[in-house]
Design a protein around this ligand. Structure first.
Ligand SMILES: NC(=O)c1ccc[n+]([C@@H]2O[C@H](COP(=O)([O-])OP(=O)(O)OC[C@H]3O[C@@H](n4cnc5c(N)ncnc54)[C@H](O)[C@@H]3O)[C@@H](O)[C@H]2O)c1
Length: 391
């Protein structure tokens, strides 16, 4: 089987997530990075690509040039999919142009700058025969797959409460605003309607829906710009109502001093509950009031097929963030290989967040911002964009 040919937009020298994507993409030997437009500045793009051993003629000056030129190359040479790892405001134009040129797209989150863009992208995908994936990384953990499986088979009973938290401390002070990563995230022209909710709240919302199998139907939100002078939120709390009537709490913060990528999920059913933390990703707790608490460990005992295929090392050799990311690539490349030949890939097993999750994620961000600007307590979750209310 040949490697799947990948192009990258963003991820040049000094960037954060592009390098993580490259490690994840290469982990299973399925992917070859063949080209890129790694920076908005052409010399930096070239230098970045050359340092990755990409032929100079395929280190492009812009994503437009890359998509045009690659689409004219022979079919067995041109890239097959593009990964988008730029600041948020560029996700939509790159994804749209790539799909219109016949390339599959794997985009980082949030999917677009606004919900309206996500809805246009959804229509573009429907009109073209291309795959679209979104890197909600945390779905890739084996024990997240196992937790989803336990809930699907009714082990927890009826879900009554979902608590999801994602707290970081890296934007806790004014001094933290100087990095390249902070400056665009805090800029509404590049980040979108929200900083904290758009950056990490959207991951938490996706994880809660993915594992519980429930959808957010209503919300009540309170966003804060803790550090003086910020236009966008750096902290927020959202109360949730879910599609089975359960209640939830979503907490996201970038000003929680000392917190790392402290993502935690607790789901309570009327029979049992689960608890998982990214800081200990190879442990899942299964609890009840009757039986002793059970510690489920990655690779120990029999797991569901989706969890099993997400594990690479024997139990006790820790797997983490990079492997979770690689699992998204593994599934997406399986989908690409099976494209046009659906029998060969079970999309439920090789699942990748897609355009539905993209639209819901953008709706989540805008619904939260709107609700936070309002004095009304509960707001029905809508997939229709509306003008964001002002204070
Ligand atoms: N899935 C995750 O867990 C995760 C984690 C971090 C970031 N992200 C997302 O990844 C994206 C990038 O975040 P980051 O922290 O790596 O940002 P970054 O600022 O470190 O990197 C952005 C890169 O995009 C490049 N770029 C900007 N404009 C460009 C253009 N016109 N053409 C080509 N390249 C261009 C920059 O030069 C830089 O290399 C964001 O959308 C962010 O939300 C996702």
């Amino acid at each position: 089987m040949k490697k799947v040919r990948m192009g990258m937009v963003g991820g040049g020298q000094g960037a954060f997530i592009g390098a993580i994507h490259r490690i994840a993409a290469m982990m299973d030997g399925n992917v070859e990075l063949v080209c890129g437009a790694f920076s908005s500045e052409k010399n930096r793009s070239k230098a970045s690509g050359v340092s990755l051993h990409i032929p100079e003629e395929r280190c492009y000056a812009s994503y437009e040039q890359m998509l045009e030129v690659e689409s004219l190359l022979p079919k067995d040479k041109r890239m097959e999919f593009v990964v988008i790892v730029t600041p948020n405001h560029l996700h939509f134009p790159i994804a749209k142009m790539a799909i219109e040129h016949g390339f599959h797209v794997l985009s980082d989150k949030p999917a677009t700058f606004s919900l309206s863009e996500a809805l246009v992208l959804e229509a573009v995908i429907k009109q073209n025969n291309c795959l679209y994936g979104l890197t909600h990384t945390y779905n890739g953990y084996p024990l997240i797959k196992q937790a989803k499986h336990l809930i699907e088979k009714g082990e927890l009973g009826n879900i009554v409460k979902v608590v999801v938290e994602y707290s970081q401390g890296w934007l806790a002070s004014k001094n933290d605003e100087e990095s390249k990563q902070a400056s665009w995230r805090l800029d509404p022209e590049k980040s979108g309607a929200s900083c904290c909710m758009g950056d990490i709240g959207v991951h938490a919302a996706n994880l809660a829906e993915y594992v519980s199998g429930l959808l957010i139907t209503d919300l009540c939100a309170d966003l804060t710009s803790t550090v003086a002078g910020r236009i966008l939120d750096d902290d927020g709390t959202v109360l949730l109502k879910l599609s089975n009537g359960a209640k939830g709490v979503l907490l996201a913060s970038q000003v929680s001093l000392g917190d790392e990528n402290n993502l935690k999920l607790r789901i309570y059913g009327d029979k049992k509950s689960i608890e998982w933390s990214q800081l200990e990703p190879n442990t899942l707790w299964l609890k009840s009031n009757i039986e002793p608490t059970q510690q489920i460990r990655t690779g120990v005992g029999e797991m569901c097929q989706a969890a099993q295929q997400a594990i690479r090392t024997p139990a006790g050799h820790p797997e983490g963030y990079l492997e979770a990311f690689a699992n998204i690539y593994q599934n997406f490349t399986a989908q690409i290989r099976a494209h046009g030949n659906k029998d060969k890939c079970d999309n439920a097993l090789f699942d990748v967040p897609g355009i539905d999750e993209a639209v819901r994620g953008m709706a989540f961000i805008e619904n939260v911002v709107n609700a936070s600007n309002s004095n009304i307590k509960w707001h029905a979750f809508t997939l229709n964009p509306y003008p964001l209310e002002q204070h």
